[in-house]
Design a protein around this ligand. Structure first.
Ligand code: FAD
Length: 303
């Protein structure tokens, strides 16, 4: 099934576009990107491919492809990233996590990314699976960033958390660690989702004060599933503002109403971000083409 993706890429590829995300961030005033996740198993390939293709056809400034926590989908991450780039000419970013990997494994994965012409990588620690009992060779994403930097030729992104990462005792200690990660070689950062833009503005001023000067892409999640969002926010330690809580309390049981309200809320956040000079927004579009399409359409006069 993996070869299915590669075959489609080869057939539709008439021009290959090579672009680093740092160049996009430097040149665009209002960049918009979408996120997709690869299939977990081969039987899901075709449905994921259909969704990815519809999102890529919207020509976002770039698309990112997540990486399975246990590493099971790492080949699929590469295949989907390559497909987006080659079949649609859309710049693509492959996520890569390190917590369960050893150095040889990471080096092999970086060599594979190079071979496939993928030059944008989001370097992540990942979370330890409950049943993992192997030896840990990487403790923090900064160690992976240093490894990717040493490999050369990649544009490197890192994750950041406007409300602080749940493992960190304070937001300030998290920002100190973020500075270490950026100093190891990050070219840009992307935030965890947030539902109150003031959290982002306040975070950005602290980040700049700490001497971090790379672009910080704002991560926005259009909520279409209230229960899933509540669970994710509990796990990540993020908060939901009262205004948004009222919306999900009212519409959370009605899928159509929740999706409509979630998309409108996300668009309002995005417009406010651009209006305040934020140059790049990443949408956690979760393989939902209708969400990506409505967002792009609502912003057509703006981006
Ligand atoms: P790190 O930067 O290593 O930070 C983790 C914690 O360690 C923080 O509390 C930090 O302050 C602390 N820390 C860092 N360095 C030090 C140090 N030197 N000493 C002491 N403490 C330190 N997960 C996936 O599995 N796949 C994905 O595709 C994926 N994509 C993501 C995309 C984005 C934009 C975001 C925000 C998250 C994503 N995640 C993904 C989740 C991520 O893997 C988890 O949030 C994970 O818990 C932390 O990863 P990190 O790269 O931020 O880790």
């Amino acid at each position: 099934m993996l070869s299915f993706f590669l075959l489609i890429s080869a057939v539709r590829c008439d021009k290959i576009i090579y672009m680093k995300i740092s160049d996009i961030l430097n040149s665009k005033k209002a960049a918009l990107s979408f996120e997709v996740f690869p299939p977990k198993t081969s039987d899901k390939f075709e449905s994921v491919q259909a969704a990815v293709d519809k999102i890529a056809a919207l020509s976002p400034d770039f698309m990112s492809v997540t990486y399975g926590a246990g590493g099971g989908t790492s080949d699929y991450t590469v295949a989907v990233t390559k497909h987006i780039k080659e079949a649609f000419g859309v710049t693509a970013l492959a996520h890569l996590s390190c917590i369960t990997s050893d150095r040889a494994d990471v080096r092999a994965k970086l060599a594979r990314l190079k071979e496939e012409g993928i030059e944008n990588v989001l370097a992540l620690r990942g979370d330890l699976p409950k049943d993992f009992d192997g030896k840990l060779e990487y403790r923090y994403a900064s160690e992976l960033v240093a490894e990717i930097k040493a490999a050369g030729g990649f544009c490197i992104g890192g994750a950041c958390y406007p409300e602080g990462h749940p493992d960190s005792p304070t937001l300030f200690s998290d920002i100190d660690n973020l500075k270490r990660k950026v100093d190891a070689g990050c070219d840009f950062l992307t935030t965890q989702m947030f539902f109150d833009n003031d959290l982002y503005y306040s975070f950005l001023s602290k980040v700049r004060e700490a001497g971090i000067s790379v672009p910080v892409i704002a991560g926005i999640m259009p909520v279409t599933n209230a229960a899933q969002t509540r669970r994710m926010m509990t796990l990540s330690g993020g908060s939901l503002p009262t205004r948004f809580k009222r919306i999900i309390d009212r519409y959370g049981d009605n899928a159509e109403a929740m999706a409509q309200a979630g998309i409108i809320y996300a668009c309002e956040q995005i417009i406010d971000l651009y209006a305040n000079g934020v140059r790049a927004v990443h949408v956690y579009s979760m393989n939902k083409p209708y969400v990506a399409a409505q967002i792009k359409d609502n912003l057509r006069g703006i981006i």
